[in-house]
Design a binder for this molecule. Structure first.
Ligand code: UDP
Ligand code: MG
Length: 135
């Protein structure tokens, strides 16, 4: 199992605001290699499936609506210690709590529209990557 990979999405707000290039640059400058990359619009059904783990949470309905509101950019990234290092690079879920210099501090608009996704474990990185990419 690849423990040196993680999965990310650039979320609809950041794509709409034309921050794809800025965010990919921060990712590459952070030492991550882009293994797979795809711009795609999720249907509400696909977004709901991706975030199924949060189905019982109060924010789930709004999150699914938001994540299917426009194109996202999905990517598989490679680096030693990828999952943990990428969570450090993106910062806290709520941008109000995100450290200076993190992607969310720079580009997130709210706790929901927080610019990027990052996998929380090697196991989920594998599952989430396979949700978008065959290889
Ligand atoms: N989210 C939200 N409200 C909350 C918590 C999370 O809208 O109170 C959204 C937000 O877009 C977040 C996603 O749901 O990125 C998944 O939540 P999680 O707790 O897994 O945060 P993450 O792993 O993305 O930091
Ligand atoms: Mg999460």
């Amino acid at each position: 199992m690849a423990t040196n990979r993680t999965f990310t999405m650039i979320k609809p707000d950041a794509v709409a605001d034309q921050h794809i290039g800025d965010i990919l640059a921060m990712i590459e400058h952070g030492g991550f290699r882009i293994v797979e990359l795809q711009k795609v619009t999720l249907t509400p059904e696909r977004a709901g499936e991706f975030y199924a783990v949060h189905k019982e949470r109060p924010f789930y309905g709004d999150l699914v609506k938001y994540m299917s509101s426009g194109p996202i950019v999905a990517a598989i990234l490679e680096k030693d210690n990828a999952v943990a290092d990428f969570r450090t690079l993106i910062g806290a879920t709520n941008p109000a709590n995100a450290e200076e210099g993190t992607i969310r501090k720079k580009f997130a608009k709210s706790i929901e529209a927080n610019a990027v996704h990052g996998s929380d474990s090697d196991e989920n990185a594998q599952i989430e990557g396979a949700f978008f990419f065959k290889s």
